[in-house]
Design a binder for this molecule. Structure first.
Ligand SMILES: Cc1ncc(COP(=O)(O)O)c(C=O)c1O
Length: 393
């Protein structure tokens, strides 16, 4: 009765099942996987969402690509980042996930392929399959820092490849795509009519000074059709506002053809609420304070992580240049799954590397969002497993 876009097996993985059991049993734990900024103890001004009650929102005048004032506000936000994007090349979406779905409809027929980085964001499996697009992986290599393994990318290309996804900075490796890598990718994609989809939701968040400024930015390119994704979810820590966007880069005629077709798809769903479109400019302006608070929190936690791990010789922090997560390489004394279950039993929740398709074990992924004291508590519970001097095994 149900489509095969949905996984056949809906049972919980052992970690999720253990988390539910801990919650049901009232066993507290420090959550070092928290990715919801509204649960991470930031002081959101109580009236932050007041712009959503603009009386103009009582009138419904749908515009498929979005209200022009919101698109201008987003163009101005790109300018803040030093990336020139015309408002006419921006389409509003309900979220980044929504944007992926629109783009797969725009670019791919059933069973066409998109290339997905590995390791990366686990939702890509669902996002592609729900739109009947096949994900094929290319690798990111770790040689001190992460970079695209171009031979693996070229091997993954077939006549059915419609797009290459990049995430910059990537979740969870924290690597930005470099300007050279983007040049090389554009030279591979443009002649084959393959589009680039660049997920830049974390572009504002640096862990290494200057990393964002040095990154390649696809929205500014004129040589390859590119779709750059962003949203309020990360840029001002408001996932519940449900406003994302697609900025279209590429040669004028191709970008115009893509926008005409995107307009038709968006017109079919009209998914973005009028109040959030009217509020977008003010939210972006007022939300800058939240962005600064998140940036300073993740940087403080990342420094604390580096300092603590430096005292635990068997572990190391895999260098991260940006984003909300950090990667810890730990000894492979047991499987990652056994390790994260044991850590949970000891009162701290982390994610195993295999959730993100790391090429080998053992890696732990931690969120840098929790309040500093919570983060330090959780981290000490992790590290004592690997350091005899801290009372672990
Ligand atoms: C790389 C990446 N893209 C997109 C999203 C989702 O963003 P949105 O809330 O706009 O759908 C996330 C959420 O964690 C993410 O990590």
């Amino acid at each position: 009765m149900f489509s095969s876009r949905i996984p056949a097996n809906l049972s919980l993985n052992p970690l999720t099942a253990a988390v539910r059991a801990a919650r049901a049993g009232g066993r507290p734990f420090v959550d070092l996987t928290e990715s919801n900024p509204t649960r991470a103890g930031f002081d959101y001004p109580p009236n932050l969402l007041a712009p959503l009650s603009d009386v103009r929102g009582l009138h419904y005048a749908p515009s498929p690509l979005g209200a022009i004032e919101a698109r201008c506000a987003i163009a101005a936000d790109y300018e803040r980042q030093g990336v020139p994007v015309a408002a006419g090349r921006i389409a509003l979406t309900a979220s980044t996930s929504d944007a992926y779905s629109l783009l797969f409809k725009l670019l791919a027929n059933a069973d066409d392929e998109v290339l997905v980085p590995r390791p990366s964001y686990p939702l890509f499996d669902h996002l592609t399959r729900l739109d009947i697009v096949m994900p094929r992986h290319y690798d990111l290599d770790l040689h001190g820092a992460w970079s695209i393994d171009f031979p693996s990318l070229e091997r993954a290309i077939t006549s059915r490849t419609r797009a290459v996804l990049i995430v910059s900075p990537n979740n969870p490796t924290g690597s930005f795509i470099s300007a050279d890598e983007l040049d090389r990718l554009a030279a591979i994609c443009a002649p084959r009519s393959i589009a680039i989809i660049a997920d830049e939701v974390f572009a504002d968040y640096e862990l290494e000074a200057g990393a964002a400024g040095r990154a390649g930015r696809a929205a500014a390119r004129r040589d390859v059709l590119s779709f750059v994704l962003g949203g309020l979810s990360k840029s001002i820590g408001l996932p519940q506002a449900k406003l994302g966007w697609i900025a279209v880069g590429g040669p004028d005629p191709l970008a115009a053809a893509a926008l005409d077709r995107l307009e038709l798809i968006c017109d079919t769903y009209l998914a973005v609420s009028t109040p959030v479109q009217l509020a977008a400019a003010t939210l972006l302006e007022r939300g800058a304070a939240i962005r600064r608070a998140i940036a300073s929190r993740i940087q403080a936690n990342y420094r604390a992580l580096q300092a603590s791990v430096a005292r635990t010789p068997s572990c190391r922090v895999v260098p991260s240049a940006g984003g909300w997560y950090a990667v810890l390489q730990v000894p492979s004394l047991e499987t990652e799954e056994d390790l994260v279950l044991r850590l949970l039993a000891d009162g701290v929740l982390t994610h195993p590397g295999y959730f993100f398709d790391f090429p080998r074990e053992s890696f732990l992924i931690v969120s840098l969002l929790p309040p500093e004291a919570t983060f330090a508590d959780g981290l000490s519970r992790v590290l004592r497993h690997f350091d005899c001097s801290m009372g672990g095994q």
